[in-house]
Design a protein around this ligand. Structure first.
Ligand SMILES: [Zn+2]
Ligand SMILES: [Zn+2]
Length: 387
């Protein structure tokens, strides 16, 4: 029977001893396997995973390895379960936990951090100095779900209480999986130094973070918000999420378009979410003198950057990692107030058993897939005939 020292459970939420879990074999290979249901320790809870969204970073991990780091190395053939954008129901409490109740719905942040290092103490737990040191003699208590520890492509997962975000009954499971994506955009925009209402923002790249970056910037009062990208269907969703202007960079030079749309001087902030090779050089020309650029995506290859332009124009560059400083809570506050409809980027739902099909939809962008969600319950398994 499922139990652990000091762990509280409830007859309303019976917990099995083992669960279905997808594990990563060789690159690109996911196998459905069975694992023991993990047991929460101090300051942790067990979450029954109700929905998990697939992120571009999951595809990176599954096919290439980094940024996952398991036991200090590549994540392949280590019985590792990826997946990090999940939500669910609290079903067991670790010893001493009274901050959450069994039966409560939560969404989760990815990074627990070690809680001991300088950056964790500053709230920058996504930049923990003990990142990934959670094994062997170097057990620092660090967790990053689906990156350094098991993630959400399974039925249950333990989470530190500092990663939980309570969600209202009115928020659907699918919408709740998007809170951490909005939280990443929120972290970027607030780390830039505090966007003040009425300041101008460009978001480059209409992927999930970029699209929710538009929504968060608009909810924070930015004006205008300009979205650049190459796909009209995604730019259209950007408009629905609050972009004042959209620019298809296949038809128009992005830098010239931004200047034309904002009085010739460029904008105060750029949130770079495209990872395109020349994105930094374009972003530093889209901001006005003294402007700030947040880099939330990265190209695979190294690229030359016009440093002289950055220095001469007092431009600030910020790289962000994930969703630090409780930005996820602030994003959830916007979403529960319905300041924007994040579900506009959710396009497909599959059963957990069909994860490989779901991954293919996300990777190949089948039927214009943006956010593909997988659910352990309540979704019929995919019929081959329907493919
Ligand atoms: Zn993600
Ligand atoms: Zn730390």
């Amino acid at each position: 029977m499922y139990s652990g020292p000091g762990v509280k459970t409830s007859a309303d939420f019976p917990i099995p001893d083992t669960m279905k879990a997808w594990v990563l074999g060789n690159p690109g290979e996911l196998k459905l396997s069975e694992k023991p249901v993990p047991v929460p320790k101090r300051a942790e809870v067990l979450v029954r995973i109700d929905a998990v969204a697939i992120c571009a970073t999951d595809l990176e991990i599954i096919y290439n390895g980094p940024p996952a780091s398991i036991q200090g190395g590549m994540p392949f053939n280590k019985n590792f379960t990826p997946g990090h954008e999940y939500m669910g129901t609290v079903v067991a409490l670790g010893p001493g936990v009274d901050e959450y109740k069994i039966g409560q719905r939560v969404t989760v942040e990815i990074h627990a951090g070690c809680g001991q290092c300088k950056r964790c103490r500053e709230g920058m737990y996504t930049s923990c100095h003990n990142y990934g040191l959670n094994y062997g003699d170097a057990d620092k208590g660090h967790r990053a779900n689906g990156f350094t520890t098991d993630g959400g492509f399974c039925e249950y997962q333990v989470n530190a209480i500092n990663t939980l975000v309570a969600i209202p009954a009115a928020m659907s499971d699918e919408e709740a999986t998007l809170v951490v994506t909005a939280g990443t955009a929120m972290y970027g925009l607030t780390e830039l130094g505090g966007l003040v209402a009425g300041e101008s923002v460009v978001v480059t790249g209409p992927g999930p973070i970029g699209l929710l970056g538009v929504a968060v910037a608009k909810a924070l009062g930015a004006q205008p918000v300009i979205l650049t990208g190459t796909r009209d269907n995604r730019l259209k969703i950007g408009r629905e999420l609050g972009a004042d202007h959209v620019v298809n960079v296949r038809n128009e030079d992005a830098v010239e378009a931004v200047k034309r749309l904002n009085g010739g001087k460029g904008v105060d902030y750029v949130l770079e979410c495209s990872g395109a090779a020349n994105a930094v050089n374009e972003a530093i020309r889209m901001v006005n003198r003294g402007g700030k650029v947040c880099l939330a995506a990265f190209p695979h290859e190294q690229t030359p950057v016009d440093v002289a332009h950055i220095v001469r124009n007092n431009i600030y560059l910020y790289g962000i990692r994930g969703e630090g400083k409780s930005a996820t809570h602030r994003a959830e506050a916007f979403m529960s107030q319905k300041r924007f409809d994040a579900t506009k980027i959710h396009t497909h739902t599959f059963a957990l058993d069909d994860l490989p099909i779901a991954i293919r939809y996300a990777k190949e962008r089948i039927e214009d897939a943006i956010k593909v969600v997988v659910k352990a319950q309540g979704v019929a398994a995919h019929r081959i005939a329907a493919e």
